[in-house]
Write a protein that binds this ligand. Structure first.
Ligand code: ATP
Ligand code: MG
Length: 211
C-alpha cells in the first residue's frame, strides 16, 4: 500500500505517495506569464481525469522556444504569480526545479531530475496547441520513452494525439484564455476579472507588469 509523505523534489516540497505509483505525478510546464484560470482549470481537470496525486506546475526558467521572439517576464515574477494562483488548490503545486537549474528549460532535464527523486513515468500535461510540437523539444526521442502525454483540449487548436507518443486526450473546460491576450489587455487597460485569479490581478497592478 502506498503511504503519503513529504518529499523534496528539487527545491520544491511535494506530497507524493511512497513508493510513487507510475503515472501518479503530472508535469504541467509553461511560461505562465502570467498564470490564468485556463491553466488552473486544465491542471484540475488533468488531476481529476488521470487520478493524479499531484500536478506540478513547472515554471520555465528560459522558455527557449519563445524567448527569441518576445520579452519574457523574470522567472521569479512568474513563479510568484503561479504560487499566488494555486494557493488552496489541493494537489496542484508550483515546482521551481527549472528556475533553480537556470538556463534554457528542457523538459527532459526536469523528467530526469524528478526520476532521481523516485517519480517514474510521469504524465506530461500539455494543451492541444503544443501536442504537435513535442517532436521539436530537446532530446524528444529520449523524452518519449520517459513520459506519457495527456493532451487537454484548448479553443483554437484541434484535439489530436501526437504520433509516436503514448498519449490520451482529455476534454477540458475549453476556457478561451491565453497569457498573450492577458498581457495585451493589461496594456489596453481592460479588466482581467474572471480570467486571472484575483491575487494575481492585484500583483500585476502593484508591480506594474505588462503596462
Ligand atoms: P502564451 O499566450 O504566452 O503562449 P499561454 O496561455 O499559452 O501563454 P503557456 O504558459 O504558454 O500559456 O502554456 C502553458 C501550458 O498551458 C501549455 O501546455 C498550454 O497549452 C496550456 N494552456 C494554456 N492555456 C490553456 C487553456 N486555456 N486551456 C488549456 N490549456 C492551456
Ligand atoms: Mg502558450
Amino acid at each position: 500500500m502506498a503511504t503519503s509523505a513529504d518529499r523534496l523534489v528539487g527545491t520544491t516540497q511535494v506530497r507524493v505517495s511512497m513508493p510513487t505509483a507510475p503515472g501518479s505525478v503530472g508535469i504541467f510546464g509553461g511560461t505562465f506569464d502570467p498564470l490564468h484560470l485556463g491553466h488552473v482549470a486544465a491542471a484540475e481537470r488533468a488531476r481529476q481525469s488521470l487520478g493524479l496525486e499531484v500536478v506540478l506546475l513547472v515554471v520555465a526558467n528560459d522558455p527557449w522556444q519563445k524567448s527569441p521572439d518576445r520579452q519574457v517576464s523574470p522567472a521569479e515574477e512568474r513563479l510568484a504569480m503561479a504560487r499566488l494562483g494555486v494557493e488552496g488548490h489541493q494537489g496542484i503545486e508550483v515546482c521551481d526545479l527549472e528556475v533553480a537549474r537556470g538556463g534554457p528549460s528542457y523538459t527532459i532535464d526536469t523528467v530526469e531530475e524528478l526520476a532521481q527523486s523516485g517519480v517514474m513515468l510521469p504524465w506530461l500535461v500539455v494543451g492541444a496547441d503544443l501536442a504537435g510540437m513535442l517532436d521539436t523539444w530537446e532530446r524528444a526521442d529520449e523524452l518519449r520513452h520517459l513520459v506519457r502525454v495527456a493532451v487537454l483540449s484548448r479553443p483554437g487548436s484541434p484535439l489530436r494525439l501526437p504520433a509516436g507518443w503514448r498519449s490520451v486526450a482529455i476534454e477540458s473546460d475549453d476556457l478561451d484564455i491565453s497569457s498573450s491576450d492577458i498581457r495585451r489587455d493589461v496594456r489596453a487597460g481592460l479588466p482581467l476579472a474572471g480570467r486571472v485569479p484575483e491575487d494575481i490581478i492585484r500583483h500585476i497592478s502593484q508591480q506594474g507588469l505588462y503596462a
